[in-house]
Design a protein around this ligand. Structure first.
Ligand code: B4P
Length: 193
C-alpha cells in the first residue's frame, strides 16, 4: 500500500489537489472534512454534533473523527493506498492513525505539506464562501479562529512526522497545475524509494 497525508492550513488547497491526485494515482480519498459535511447534510446525530464545532471554526472531537476514519478504512479494505486529506489534525489523531496502520501492517509513506501565507488563505476561503454555502467560510472571524486552532492543535502534528522523517514542505502558492506538478514529483520520488 502507498499511504499519503496531504497537510496544510485551512484553504491551502488540500481538497483541490486531492481530487487531482486520486485521479492520477488511484488512491482512496479520505477527507474528514467531506465525511463530516456528508453527515451534516444527512442530519445524522454525528453530523448535528460536528456542525456545532465546525460552525465556530473549532475541531470536531478526536473520538468522533477517529471512529469515522476507522469505519471508512474498513469499508475500503484491499485498496492500493489512501490519501489522507485534512486528517490527522491533532497529535492524538496522528497516534491513532499510526496504530490503525500498524494493525493493518502498513504505514505512511510521506506527509506533503502545502505552505501558503495567511492573507492568501483568508482571500481563498472568503472567495469559496461566496459560492460553496459553507457556513465556516463566510465569516472572517471564524476563518481566523480556524487558523489559530491550526497553529495550536495541528502544527504539532508536523513535528510528529518530522521526527519520523516523513515530512516534506511544498510551496502551495501559484497555479493549481504548478502545485500539482510539485506534489506529483514528490510522490513519484517516494514511490521509487
Ligand atoms: P476541511 O474540509 O478539511 O477543509 P479546509 O481545511 O477548509 O480546506 P482545504 O485545504 O481542503 O482547501 P481547498 O482545496 O478546498 O475542514 C473543514 C472543517 O472540518 C475544519 O475546520 C474542522 O472543523 C472540521 N474537520 C475536518 N477534519 C477534521 C479532523 N481531522 N479533526 C477535527 N475536525 C476536522 O481550497 C480552498 C479554496 O482555495 C478553494 O476555493 C479553492 O478553489 C481555492 N484554491 C485552491 N488552490 C488554489 C490555488 N493554487 N490558487 C488559488 N486558489 C486556490
Amino acid at each position: 500500500m502507498f499511504n499519503l497525508i496531504l497537510f496544510g492550513p485551512p484553504g491551502s488547497g488540500k481538497g483541490t489537489q486531492s481530487d487531482k491526485l486520486v485521479a492520477k494515482y488511484g488512491l482512496v480519498h479520505l477527507s474528514t472534512g467531506n465525511l463530516l459535511r456528508e453527515e451534516i447534510a444527512q442530519k445524522t446525530p454525528l453530523g448535528v454534533e460536528a456542525r456545532s464545532f465546525m460552525d465556530k471554526g473549532q475541531l470536531v472531537p478526536d473520538e468522533v473523527v477517529i471512529g469515522m476514519v476507522d469505519s471508512y478504512f474498513d469499508k475500503h479494505k484491499g485498496s492500493k493506498g489512501f490519501l489522507f486529506d485534512g486528517f490527522p489534525r491533532t497529535v492524538a489523531q496522528a497516534k491513532a492513525l499510526d496504530s490503525l496502520l500498524e494493525l493493518k501492517k502498513t504505514e505512511i509513506a510521506a506527509v506533503l505539506a502545502l505552505e501558503v501565507g495567511e492573507e492568501e488563505l483568508v482571500k481563498r476561503l472568503l472567495n469559496r464562501g461566496k459560492t460553496s454555502g459553507r457556513s465556516d467560510d463566510t465569516n472572517e472571524e471564524v476563518i481566523r479562529k480556524r487558523f489559530s486552532v491550526y497553529i495550536n492543535e495541528t502544527t504539532p502534528v508536523a513535528e510528529h512526522y518530522k521526527k519520523a522523517k516523513k515530512f516534506q514542505a511544498i510551496k502551495g502558492e501559484g497555479s493549481v497545475d504548478e502545485i500539482f506538478q510539485a506534489v506529483s514529483d514528490a510522490i513519484d520520488k517516494k514511490m521509487k524509494e
